[in-house]
Design a protein around this ligand. Structure first.
Ligand code: MG
Ligand code: ZN
Length: 225
């Protein structure tokens, strides 16, 4: 790693900052059973795109459930150990912590409410104007060849921090982080992401919590202690 580069963090939300995938938690609680078929098509068969898949999932839920969903996530979602500690460290070292999520603002933001001054959140917005929940896209890929048809292009968000000036770190857990793993300098992986990275021969550091991420970054001198 080049010494005068600045470190920047890009972290997935569902199953990365949170212990469980919040979209899955919401579906289990609020969606009719066909949601599992859609989930399998997105993640395992890979027969529908991430964008189409998330759209289909939220189309299963009535817009009037919005407030109930917000209360549910505020009470039920648990964060991965060490998140607050790691965020405090990043803040004290002036390292940007970007949350890049294929999820939607109405459940990402309430969960991260108490950290909002220490992070930047990039995600699309829930739209409740119709009977069922739809999506207002803010981060569709404009010119990205790598991720295909995703609803939130993590790569184009990462490219706002040019490679020559930054050491770019990605933290993720699933298929939704695979494309972004190809453009960053270092990947922290858990869950299914490990399997996908192995298939494509992309190197990574495994992690279980943010204490381990912190230790590794200090060890690799990407954060000075
Ligand atoms: Mg995830
Ligand atoms: Zn992209």
């Amino acid at each position: 790693m080049i010494q005068n580069q600045k470190t920047v963090i890009f972290s997935d939300f569902d199953g990365t900052i949170t212990k469980r995938d919040v979209i899955v938690m919401i579906m289990e609680k609020f969606a009719p059973p066909p949601w599992e078929i859609i989930k399998d098509k997105i993640l395992y068969e890979r027969s529908i795109t991430l964008k189409e898949g998330v759209e289909k999932l939220f189309k299963l839920i009535e817009s009037k459930k919005k407030q109930e969903i917000i209360e549910f996530v505020k009470h039920e979602v648990k964060l991965r150990e060490g998140f607050k500690d790691f965020l405090d460290l990043c803040n004290s070292k002036n390292i940007d912590f970007n949350v890049v999520s294929g999820g939607l603002d109405f459940f990402v933001e309430p969960v991260l409410e108490s950290f909002k001054d220490k992070i930047k959140i990039f995600c699309n917005k829930g739209n409740f104007a119709s009977e069922k929940i739809s999506i207002d896209y803010k981060y569709l890929p404009k010119n990205c060849m790598l991720c295909g048809d995703c609803g939130c292009c993590k790569i184009e968000i990462i490219e706002n921090y040019p490679k020559h000036a930054y050491t770019r770190i990605l933290i993720g857990d699933s298929l939704t982080d695979l494309a972004a793993s190809k453009v960053v300098d270092l990947v922290f992986a858990r869950g299914d992401l490990i399997k996908y990275l192995k298939e494509e021969n992309i190197s990574y550091i495994p992690y279980n919590n943010f204490f381990e991420v912190k230790e590794q970054l200090i060890h690799n001198q990407l954060i000075k202690n």
